[in-house]
Design a protein. Sequence first.
Length: 481
Amino acid sequence: MRESPQKMPSRYEPWIEDLRRKPILPALALVLATLLLYSPVTHHQFLDYFDDDFYITKNIHVSTGLNLDNVVWAFGFHEANWHPLTWLSHMLDCQLFGLNPGPQHLINVLFHAINVLLLFWLLQKGTGAVWRSFLVAAFFAVHPLNVETVAWVAERKSLLCTFFSLLTIAAYGSYVRQPDAKKYMVVIGAFALALMSKPMAVSLPFVLLLLDYWPLERYSDLPFRNRWLRLIREKMPLFVLSIASSLITMLAQRSVGAVPDAADLPLFLRLENAAVSYVAYIMKMVWPAKLAVFYPHPWHALPMPDVIASAFVLAAISVAVLFFHRARYLVTGWFLFFVTLIPVIGIVQVGRQAMADRYAYVPFIGLFVVIAWGLGSIVEAAALPRFVAVLTALCLVTALALVTSRYLPYWQDGVQLFTQARIVAGQPDFMIEEGLAENLVSAGRYDEALAHYREACDLRPDYARCHEKMEELLIKRGLAP
């Protein structure tokens, strides 16, 4: 009988298998592709209205570099956060490069490339699946939603936090292989550094529990209750650090009024926005269109059909991954996405955004795992040749990289960035109008800036800063009465 075409050996199979046995080559490909894709950002400017001024260019403690007074300052509450390692990183940049934006953007790109490499290494070490790990890392390297984290200098905190979080997982893997107190102290130390970079790392102890389930499959021989009690008890020092970091962050945010009053934004509105935003993140992962630096929060009740549909989608996916629990990667991947978004999903609202691309930097890793392992399982079940899977993966990664390359130019300067945000928003928003006006002033386009200041002031008549800025510009232009 004639052999099925699916079972015929492909001439590409030996080459693919050879690369699998030498993961250093795929690793180098990931790093080179990441550096090449993001190389244009070395010619980008600082985004002065969008935190780069407060974090770097107009921050005397940062711009003057590393000295004792500045190091002490870094450990205080600033910009509604406590992240001393982030401040120290920016100080070191200024010490080495001054206020030259090119090298500082390059440091962001290098951190992203290192995170890509660490992710690939951790996954293939933990699972033994080189190509699936490669696909996850490739998605992470090129996905357009990660542009905000990489191309924005002030978002160094997310890159540092992810770097130390991945090191925490690496240290945890070493501890799991051969438990002892010294290795556990390394885990605690790396986790503390992640929290000192950005408090979003508070969910990492839960991530380690998910990794215990898959791929580590720890204590699977023990009864269910005893197993999880033991694993949770093991991570109590990490949970204590998470609680401490959360309390410190709340104090930092409330000290500058970054958290809206509950009367202005009731809990039910925050929960509605959270449900809709979860689904919006998933949609942007699958179809990354209409990306912007700022997505305005509606600050009013969302359409109930949207809220109900979003809640149903989230519940249905959760039930499905638990039902198909034999495919353990589904549980770990989905709940990694869900849990790591909780600190920034808006239940505790900070700022005026409904969601932000930068918040998806780590959570999307969970969805990428689901996609990569899911595609691998389909290929195995259908007995498809490996080159078909490789070609499919290459097309997906290439498509995402092309979208990223088209989105990157918007981050060259603030005028382009906020003009794009204004188009995506589809309706006037005072923060976008003010941001665009600020950047138009920096570009010397005063008449255009004045029009956008007027729009911002009309949208928010009680916003004193907007009126002050418009008055300053009128005086500068000799148009004040």
